[in-house]
Design a protein around this ligand. Sequence first.
Ligand code: AMP
Ligand code: MG
Length: 407
Amino acid sequence: MLTLEVALQLVLEQTSPLTAQSLPLVEALGLVLAEDIVSDVDSPPHDKSIVDGYAIRSEDLSQQSRFEVLEEVTAGQVPTKSVARGQATRIMTGAPIPDGADTVVMIERTRLEDSQSGAQLVRIDSAACRPGQNIIRQGVSMRRGEVVLSTGSVLRPIELGLLAEVGRATVQVYPRPRVAVLATGDELVPVHSIPAPGQIRNSNGPMLVGCVAQAGGEVMDLGCCRDDQAALASKVDQGLGADILLLSGGVSAGVLDLVPAVLEQAGVNKVFHKVSLKPGKPLWFGVCTRDRRRTLVFGLPGNPVSSLVCFELFVRPAIRALGGHSELSLQPAKARLAEDFQHRGDRPTYFPAKLDTSTDSPNVSPLAWQGSGDLRTLAAANGLAYFPAGDQLYAAGSLVTVYRLPE
Ligand code: AMP
Ligand code: MG
């Protein structure tokens, strides 16, 4: 049976970033840049004041403490007068520094005074004032023509702000991969139904829809489908219009596990079936090329925990790779076992676990998991603890690898 590493490699070999698209800035959150971004402005665009105060010539303060107020400049205005000896311009945060001035004294260190002549005077209390104080020079953050973000950058809110600052209303990004989600199984009923004897609600559908959205995909929800060749074939046909088709159920060895055969009949070429992994062994993966469109197809096992583990280990990296991301997989962390743990099995295991990182020494407790249908226990998990193949007793305090589940 394939190892997890080889299987993941086989998946990633089939992925390359989707064709870049131009999107409005505010729709690009979480996406990856597909171009280098050059600034069209200096930032700041002018020497600017970082306080409310008075712009003066610093050398004047050694000779006098009373200054003539020339004008007031607020952010968005430009000074109209040069500051000469003995003069001051009242200036607000963000406003351009007037010619002649080389420092700004904070308003808290000044006091307006009456004068007989009608001119406004300001008394500046402090003698200590360096040239350049409270002034940010033009272009210190960035220069016009400079590359400020590179291809491959993930667009967080901060980057959206920076893109706006440099005038980019639209940006070239790798689009969200479109991911069709289809749950299969005769026993499944939709969430709003009361299950009849023998039936259960389709919990994988909404879970996988959530997983896809969380991983940065755009969901095409195909609902559930009975274990019926013709019905499956029609849904699969719909799903092959997406970049990724995710099915759950019907990939094991039961009499109604029709998914692999239906997929192959639809022209999906199998890359592998079954991985040495627990839970998640029956995973099926293939690729379909139609009208020059490629669809990666994953048949996930029906058990919810298996589905989730397979999603996180294989589907998330594929979605992220198509989206142009460089960080594909969940990142491992090390934590100490909170109690003894007996691992049994000949396959590497990803065990739902509770990771506590509130102390300097993170610890992890594998949960009392009742088989791979146990979503209830999974809901208490915030990580998957990894145990290599082989029976072994791990003593409390042993260091184990844990993959934190995304929130
Ligand atoms: P299968 O992979 O089709 O053999 O299904 C394995 C187990 O997962 C069975 O107990 C199914 O009832 C259960 N299962 C399959 N699909 C779903 C689903 N969409 N939601 C919840 N449980 C499911
Ligand atoms: Mg089934």
